[in-house]
Design a binder for this molecule. Structure first.
Ligand code: ADP
Ligand code: ZN
Length: 729
């Protein structure tokens, strides 16, 4: 909203002109609104865009063309609107990510029906007395005699009569009509339902956050505690304080799988489940929760990153759990980092934000060390649980036979653990059986037709699958290039580890857990539950088993490949390896039995491996800080990636060159590329990348604007801007 906007001319007396934002990739457009409908930012209106009716939101001043050419906007029935702080948040996020504001608004208006008033459900209760009812009518009246209201369908079913009987009674007045709300009321969490007695360390951390919640002021705290130290218990106290103050709490979790367990834990503390918000809710559920968050009826929301766009009536606290998780970065559509945007949401809503992790992102760690964030530390596991012992198995020492992946020391440890009646976990961050299928005769590698990626063998299904686009083919008998039948599976995936394990321990009950939807979406949850109930003894899985789960009898964790890292040129690759392995390690010895972690590696001297063995996270972080500061990498410098994609690789490359040539020459900014992306072909599209590296003092958004506005793109090349990229593929 610029104050310099020209005033529209010829404005009718009773009308005002406003900019209206629609959930489309367009700027806000001007419309006329009845003057009585002001004041207005946030008001939902129906407008005509290109001949189609759309819901839009009154956004601000008009861009200023002649008013008599403008079409009318009409407020929706009941005058629903978006809260001002949500509108401000949308503007902020759009400006930061360079996304069209309309597309950001679309994330807040994903279910526009929620703006309509709820539809009451009609129900019927016993009415005036019937003179000599028929047998069928008498049966219905007997059911209704308890005075409760039921729907016509339920009444007919319970009485065992046809619908016409109920209809007849309604007409005669024997049943009276009552309106029920569309949804039953949301259970209210009770801050004092089951209070936890915090240990002294937790109490100090809680006191600090509680003060922030009471003060209703924006402040960020890094709740930095080792796994099992009671971070959740501690931030629950802050949630309780927000509830006591009549305000709403939002807890973000990186994955839906974690949400399910979390709901029960929340209910144990607060006596009622929170509302959940994620992509798997039905449209009806979403409508219900969206409205109830807007009216303030929902007091606590647990959700995925999109929960940031809910219309909170009175937001009092935001928690971002496992704040270091990459899953917080949305990589499609509007590209944004939910952790960073949670901080902004908190700032705009004037409420405290808690970032919780055992292995914070280096960004948050630096902010905490510098004093920008409060640094709240929990250093002990609650109760008797001790941290597990971490040992390395040096694979260079020729452990085991070629083609096998469980080294003798790991096998021995598995044998001893299982003999003692305890559970074990084997971790490998790779789905399927083998990441590469190769022809031994001619060297042909099976790659995806649409992506520059290997096809992964899924032996159980007998297919080769692309993990990027889903392309799938039957495992062939012979090589398509030379016709020989010497195809070999190279390297392990979890399926292969499971196979090797079962050959070594045929009697032991083991299960695979990976995020593989190919094995059915519930396979992972089933495996995790079986482990919790001790129906299985060994869980073999990808990173889905690393997170949050609590298995009291798990004492051994084996990491199959500690060296599996990120891509080249990814400044966070080492940090991420450390975080993941640390998290997996944290699964061992969570209860009274001490745990052991064995990591197989070819680089035992590597700083990541040493930090894990010595349990010296902070020394590792300080070293990382030094490296990154020297390299001008985040958080000491700023990055933005520009990804070009299109069907014709020549055209994409040429566009990249043109872009690079026109990059403004500004002090403190370097532009790298264009270079073919790691996946130079993805889902059938050729891809080139440019990387902008800027000093911290540079306004990278302004730089990008100035640059990209100059360049005219061909329609067939798509340009995506990724500010603060976390993926470099
Ligand atoms: P984190 O979130 O740091 O991994 P949790 O909050 O999950 O840790 O706590 C680990 C375990 O210890 C949980 O089972 C939790 O219920 C228990 N616990 C933590 N703090 C307390 C406390 N003050 N009183 C009782 N149990 C606690
Ligand atoms: Zn593919």
């Amino acid at each position: 909203m610029s104050d310099a906007a020209p005033k529209p001319v010829n404005l009718p007396e009773d009308q005002d002109a406003y900019g209206v934002l629609t959930p489309l990739p367009l700027p806000s457009l001007d419309y006329l609104l009845a003057a009585e409908d002001a004041p207005t930012r946030g008001l939902a209106v129906m407008v005509d865009v290109g001949g189609r009716k759309r819901i839009g939101i009154v956004w601000g001043k008009p861009a200023g063309i002649e008013a008599r050419k403008l079409k009318k906007a009409n407020a929706l029935c009941g005058r629903p609107s978006l809260p001002l702080d949500l509108c401000d948040f949308i503007d902020w996020l759009a400006a930061y990510t360079l996304a069209p504001p309309g597309l950001v608004l679309a994330m807040a208006l994903r279910n526009p029906e929620a703006l309509n008033p709820p539809k009451p459900r009609l129900a019927y209760a016993i009415g005036s007395a019937e003179q000599k009812p028929t047998k069928a009518r008498a049966r219905v009246l007997a059911v209704a005699a308890d005075g409760l209201a039921r729907t016509a369908v339920d009444l007919a079913a319970e009485a065992g009569v046809g619908g016409s009987v109920v209809k007849g009674l309604i007409q005669s007045g024997g049943l009276k009509t009552v309106c029920l709300p569309e949804f039953p009321p949301q259970p209210v969490p009770d801050p004092d339902f089951a209070e936890t007695v915090l240990n002294p360390e937790q109490a100090i951390a809680a006191a600090s956050i509680l003060a922030d919640v009471k003060a209703q002021a924006f402040k960020v705290s890094l709740l930095d505690g080792i796994t099992g130290s009671g971070k959740t218990e501690t931030y629950f106290e802050a949630v309780a304080e927000a509830l006591r103050g009549g305000r709403q709490a939002l807890i973000l979790l990186p994955e839906i799988a974690l949400t399910v367990q979390f709901l029960d834990r929340f209910a144990a503390r607060f006596g009622a489940r929170p509302a959940e918000w994620h992509s798997e809710l039905s449209a009806r559920e979403r409508r219900r929760i969206w409205r109830a968050v807007g009216t303030g009826e929902v007091k606590a929301v647990v959700g995925a990153r999109s929960a940031l766009f809910l219309p909170f009536e009175k937001l009092g606290l935001i928690v971002v759990d496992e704040e270091h998780e990459q899953a917080y970065k949305q990589e499609e559509g509007v590209i944004y980092h939910a952790r960073d945007m949670a901080v902004i949401r908190g700032k705009i809503a004037s409420c405290p934000v808690i970032l919780a992790s055992a292995t914070p992102s280096l960004e948050s760690f630096v902010n905490a060390e510098s004093g920008r964030y409060a640094h709240l530390k929990l250093t002990q596991r609650h109760g008797v649980a001790e941290l597990p012992k971490v040992e390395l198995i040096d694979l260079r020492k020729g452990h085991g036979d070629p083609g096998t992946y469980l080294s003798p020391p790991l096998r021995d440890a598995l044998k001893n653990t299982l003999a003692a009646g305890e559970q074990a976990m084997l971790f490998l961050n790779r789905r399927g059986f083998a990441p590469l299928t190769l022809c031994e005769s001619c060297g042909h590698k099976f790659t995806c037709r649409h992506c520059s990626a290997w096809l992964v063998e899924h032996r159980k299904r007998g297919t080769l699958v692309c993990h990027h686009c889903g392309f799938e083919m039957k495992i062939p008998d012979a090589c398509p290039t030379c016709g020989e039948k010497h195809l070999i599976a190279c390297g392990p995936g979890v399926e292969r580890i499971a196979e090797e394990f079962q050959i070594l321990f045929p009697e032991v009950r083991a299960k695979i857990a990976s995020s593989d939807t190919l094995d059915g979406p519930n396979a992972m949850q089933t495996a995790i539950r079986a482990m919790q109930k001790r129906e299985i003894d060994v869980l073999i899985g990808t990173q889905v088993i690393a997170k949050g789960h609590h298995f009291p009898h798990l004492t051994l964790v084996g990491v199959i490949d500690g060296d599996l890292g990120g891509s080249d040129g990814d400044p966070r690759a080492r940090e991420r390896t450390f975080q993941l392995l640390h998290q997996v390690s944290g699964r061992a010895g969570r209860a009274e039995h001490p745990g052991t972690v064995l990591i197989q590696t070819r680089n035992p001297a590597d700083a990541v491996m040493q930090a894990l063995v010595k349990q010296d996270r902070d020394a590792f972080y300080r070293q990382e800080m030094m490296y990154r500061e020297k390299a001008g990498a985040p958080p000491f410098g700023r990055l933005a990636a520009i990804i070009l994609s299109g069907l014709k690789s020549d055209e994409v490359r040429e566009t990249g060159r043109v872009l690079a040539r026109t990059a403004p020459n500004v002090r403190g900014v370097k532009v790298w590329g264009p270079a073919p992306a790691f996946y130079a072909l993805l889902r059938g599209l050729a891809r080139e990348r440019l990387l902008v590296q800027a000093d911290k003092s540079v306004n990278i958004q302004a730089y990008l604007h100035a640059w990209l506005n100059k360049v005219k793109l061909s329609r067939s090349v798509r340009l995506t801007v990724d500010v603060d990229p976390v993926s470099f593929f």
